[in-house]
Design a protein around this ligand. Structure first.
Ligand SMILES: [Zn+2]
Ligand SMILES: [Zn+2]
Length: 287
């Protein structure tokens, strides 16, 4: 965990509605958004939309498959954007954009070294993040919640009831398959994540695939329990025909890279740069 007292969360606009109005039209806001866009370069989407405000940004430690890794998060008034840090404040990649109207938060209790964490839950991606301090956690959660509530109110919608993507169980927490409880993981018997419930399971227990359109355009690996559940739901909903073409049993010969869809794990094999990024995370105020 990042054991730093240094504050990395930068808040650009206060809670004051008036300030937010100024934020929308201010040159500073446009410049900040432009800077974020530039720092992602061609790997990112255009971020300057009419009415969009950059509310705050900072480094959060994101729980990935193998370990916790620092990621730069940008809270806009309508989306949460994050990416891998190549050079802090200058270069990011692997951009992800989560529309705030889909985002839900859930507290995570402190557990040993893992402190100041919470879940960010959305249909396309769900994960746990940790802030450097309890204060930053409070600030982040409060501001994300406020933005979510504001956007829901503005659009006159209720939060979607679509099925959210699961928070993946970290590999380290599963020594044996969480489905059959028998199979022990080895170099040959690899760990796989069920994309529907997030458990870590063995090859045999995740041999089925299912189309989860919010996560991928192709059928993706699910555990046998979820496969049965999804099959039953599909039958009950009379959509068997529609889904039958994608109820393929997993062909593992063709899926060697299947877990590479976890966006985070292939980054920074060269090492070093992430640590540098944390140390560079100075507190800055722009008021
Ligand atoms: Zn198993
Ligand atoms: Zn499952």
């Amino acid at each position: 965990m990042i054991q730093t007292a240094r504050k990395s969360f930068i808040l650009y606009n206060t809670d004051d509605e008036e300030d937010l109005d100024i934020g929308v039209n201010s040159e500073a806001n446009s410049r900040r958004i432009n800077n974020v866009e530039q720092s992602f370069g061609s790997s990112g989407q255009p971020l300057g939309l009419p009415g969009r405000v950059l509310v705050g940004e900072g480094v959060l430690t994101k729980m990935c498959r193998k370990r916790a890794k620092p990621r730069q998060f940008f809270l806009f008034n309508d989306v949460l954007v994050y990416g891998n840090i190549i050079i802090h404040k200058k270069k990011y990649n692997k951009q992800h954009i989560l529309p705030l109207e889909d985002v839900k938060l859930d507290n995570v209790d402190d557990d040993g070294n893992l402190r100041n964490g919470w879940k960010i839950i959305s249909p396309s991606k769900s994960f746990v993040v940790y802030a450097a301090t309890a204060t930053e956690k409070k600030e982040w959660m409060a501001h994300i919640r406020k933005c979510v509530n504001d956007i829901l109110a503005l659009r006159g919608i209720r939060q979607s009831t679509t099925v959210d993507s699961p928070v993946w169980v970290p590999d380290s927490e599963a020594k044996t398959c969480m489905h059959c409880r028998k199979s022990e993981f080895t170099v040959v018997n690899r760990r796989h994540h069920c994309r529907h419930c997030g458990i870590v399971a063995c090859n045999a227990c995740t041999s089925k695939k299912w189309l989860l359109p919010l996560q991928s355009s192709k059928p993706i690996r699910v555990c046998l329990t979820c496969y049965q559940k999804l099959s039953k739901e599909a039958t009950d909903n009379n959509v068997t025909r529609k889904y039958s073409s994608v109820m393929t049993s997993g062909d593992n010969r063709n899926s060697s890279g299947e877990d590479s869809s976890d966006d985070d794990d292939d980054q920074f094999r060269n090492g070093g740069s992430e640590q540098l990024a944390i140390n560079d995370a100075h507190f800055q105020s722009y008021d």
